[in-house]
Write a protein that binds this ligand. Structure first.
Ligand code: MN
Length: 750
């Protein structure tokens, strides 16, 4: 290293050191005592020595990363000095020579414990640049052991997202997808709204750059009018609040880019149609001698004396806080220019809880133990103890648990319970007690009889009706949405399946004993091939449940089956492949996956090497990703497909970014929807246009009409997104046709 660059590096190190000093000085949590400040400085020096010479991909000295994470931990989450020290050391054990015992000796067991948790998470997450489903449990276990671990991990992820620019494309997609799928919801669940919002916006920026930029630009234009609107509401409001002796702060901002995008997607509306883009906040210093809640309503009444509120937009999180601790009163009023402005009214304490989440919550509530979040973590622990779930199921269950929107449901006795949005009567039954769920036959909702599948609304009073004769049915899975209900039902059926398999086993043993035989591997092999089952359990289950009859068993065994040999051959072949190449497996994967590059797929190179996912049916021209199947073939998904998002998050190392060229050799199946005003001959005109004029092949057509309106669905073959658009535009010109759209996979609200 030359003298010059050495000094440059030293200068950088000094800059990092100054940043740490600033963190200590600016944050009360970092200098509660001299020891705290001392510990943080020491952690910095140790990390600095350990990472010396390392650089991030951006070219920046590595130490700036842990320092930036420490700053987020201190300033944006508000954690204690132990956490700040651990944040500085978070990459040390994994990336350098230092060991955990070293850290424990130099610092404290709690710092070492947190660093240990973070290192374990890094090993499971970062090695493959993506969180793998089977390791997901570990992340949650660490979260329960010490919530600071996951909070620092969130800070780490936030800084990585802020600096994602310098990574190659394919890594960005994975990290962004995973952030959206897991980290943002966790931040939300823990009440860290500011971090959640930033994570979402950054994910969108890398996942959907065009959509992001478009909304960003529109917001810039919008902001020119923004101040005028805000002032027209806030100037009169300030005057009244001053007269009443309130001390307060008013903040105004626009909705986040991601939440605007979500709204446009979910409601199918344009930017201009979103009416609540402006959100403002009145944060007051509570006056002595009056409850905070009362003061919220007082300010509400001052505001609504001045401006007309929208009655549908009142949200009272003051009387019933959200389960993540959020408290505030939300209302939307009409400005003199005729624009809706959302106003959130909260005390300073409520605001801090909203911004910093549970860290602030504990600060006000004393140590942990009494908050809803603790109850949630407790519930999570129970889920984790339930070891029989497979990891994908578990991940889904956990995702369900992260629902942010909530509704309040009343029991017949007037008790309330918060339920995730989308919950059904059956979910509610399971939430009260698993036995209520299992025997539930329906519910009285506001005194009216409703089925199990009734979707709850906020404020519903629900009485669960049970019957001793009722037994859980597996289809129930389809109309419940909460993790608790789904887990209970799966559990019940796992138990049922186990018992049925045992019953099948007994039946077979009985049948065989009649001819003085007992079960052995050869007999099982014969039975499998005779009854066409792949596994012993499936066979026994089928026999146990009475679907497969064992009466002919003896005859079956006597038959000299030829297919047995085919099976046998098949099995050895399958095994050989696995046992012979265990060490090469990883490399094998590397060969299959062209890392670091977009795969270019084309439909004119003779043989199609890919499959089209049936969930989203992408066509050339769509933004796509490719998922590498076990056999090395690729399945193409649309980049916005929820299934693809899940795969990117859970098995990101098998996802590659792909581009698709069409040479109009192959055509692809898509479904379009047409609706409009019914008139004689309109269907014939539509199909005629598609088939004869545009020469597009259709696979199926179905039209339904009632009350003068028709809705049609057409499955047809197209070469590319561009061709499809031409067709859609042509159809829109048919007289009476109101809307034509490509049918997308439904994005569920998760
Ligand atoms: Mn890191």
């Amino acid at each position: 290293m030359s003298e010059e660059s050495k000094t440059a590096a030293e200068q950088d190190e000094n800059a990092a050191r100054r940043m740490v000093q600033e963190i200590v000085e600016r944050n009360a949590t970092c200098h509660k005592s001299d020891d705290d400040a001392q510990m943080i400085r020491k952690a910095f020096e140790l990390a600095n020595d350990a990472h010396r010479g390392m650089r991030r991909r951006s070219g920046e000295l590595y130490i700036f990363h842990p320092v930036a994470v420490a700053r987020i931990v201190a300033e944006e989450i508000g954690l204690d000095a132990t956490s700040v020290a651990a944040a500085l050391l978070h990459d040390v054990v994994e990336d350098t020579e230092l060991t955990l015992p070293d850290i424990e000796q130099m610092f404290s067991p709690s710092v070492a414990h947190i660093v240990d948790g973070l290192t374990k998470l890094d090993v499971v997450i970062d090695q493959h640049e993506s969180l793998q489903a089977e390791n997901f449990r570990k992340l949650l276990v660490s979260m329960i052991e010490d919530v600071r671990i996951i909070l620092i991990k969130l800070a780490d992820r936030l800084h990585n997202m802020r600096t994602l620019e310098s990574l190659p494309d394919h890594k960005r997609y994975r990290i962004a997808a995973e952030t959206l799928y897991i980290y943002a919801p966790i931040a939300n669940r823990l009440g860290l709204y500011a971090i959640k919002t930033e994570l979402e916006d950054l994910s969108l920026k890398y996942e959907q750059p065009k959509a992001y930029q478009d909304i960003y630009d529109r917001l810039q234009t919008f902001k020119r009018d923004f101040q005028v609107v805000i002032d027209s509401v806030m100037v009169p409001l300030r005057k009244r609040l001053d007269e009443r002796g309130y001390k307060y702060e008013i903040k105004a901002r626009t909705k986040s880019i991601y939440s605007i995008w979500r709204k446009m997607q979910n409601k199918g509306v344009q930017f201009e149609e979103i009416y609540d883009i402006i959100a403002s906040r009145v944060v007051f210093e509570p006056k002595e001698g009056m409850e905070e809640k009362t003061q919220c309503w007082d300010i509400y009444s001052i505001l609504t004396d001045l401006f007309r509120p929208n009655p549908d937009r009142l949200r009272d999180w003051v009387s019933t806080p959200k389960s993540n601790g959020y408290e505030a009163l939300h209302t939307t009023v009409m400005s003199p220019e005729g624009r809706w402005v959302e106003v959130q009214i909260r005390s300073k304490r409520m605001d801090e809880v909203a911004e910093r989440g549970l860290a602030a919550h504990w600060k006000y509530k004393g140590e942990k133990g009494d908050s809803e979040i603790d109850a949630w973590l407790e519930g999570l622990k129970k889920m984790l103890d339930n070891a029989s779930q497979n990891s994908m199921e578990f991940m889904d269950a956990f995702k369900l648990n992260l629902f942010s929107q909530e509704l309040m449901v009343f029991t017949p006795h007037g008790d309330t319970r918060m339920m995730p949005a989308g919950s059904t009567a059956l979910d509610f039954a399971f939430a009260l007690h698993s036995n209520l769920g299992f025997h539930c036959i329906g519910a009285k909702v506001n005194y009216k009889l409703e089925p199990l599948s009734y979707v709850l609304k906020s404020g519903d009073q629900v009485e669960i009706i049970t019957s001793d004769n009722q037994k859980p049915k597996y289809e129930w899975i389809n109309f419940c949405t909460t993790a608790k209900a789904k887990t209970c039902i799966r559990e019940a059926f796992r138990e049922y399946r186990r018992q049925t398999i045992e019953k099948g086993e007994r039946k077979v043993a009985e049948e065989l004993s009649k001819v003085k035989l007992s079960v052995n591997a050869r007999i099982i092999q014969k039975m499998l091939s005779h009854y066409h089952f792949d596994s012993k359990d499936d066979l026994y289950y089928s026999i146990g449940s009475g679907t497969t009859d064992v009466d002919g068993l003896e005859k079956a065994l006597r038959q000299n089956s030829t297919s047995k040999w085919i099976k046998f051959w098949h099995l050895t072949f399958g095994d050989k492949k696995k046992t012979d190449l265990p060490q090469e497996e990883d490399e094998d994967h590397d060969l299959v996956m062209p890392k670091g590059k977009n795969v270019i797929l084309s439909d004119d190179d003779g043989q199609q090497k890919y499959n089209i996912a049936t969930c989203c049916r992408p066509i050339p021209g769509d933004d796509i990703v490719a998922y590498i199947e076990d056999d090395g073939s690729m399945t193409l998904h649309s980049r916005t497909c929820p299934e693809a998002l899940k795969l990117m998050s859970s098995q990101g190392n098998r996802i590659v970014s792909a581009q698709w060229e069409s040479h109009k050799v192959l055509s692809y199946l898509v479904e379009i929807e047409v609706n409009g005003i019914d008139r004689q001959g309109v269907v014939a005109e539509i199909t005629g246009l598609i088939a004869s004029e545009l020469h597009v092949k259709m696979r199926s057509v179905s039209f339904e009409g009632h009350d003068g309106i028709f809705v049609g669905s057409i499955l047809l073959y197209t070469y590319s997104a561009a061709d499809l658009n031409t067709l859609i535009e042509a159809l829109k010109k048919v007289k009476g046709v109101h809307g034509v759209s490509r049918k997308e996979t439904k994005t569920d609200n998760k």
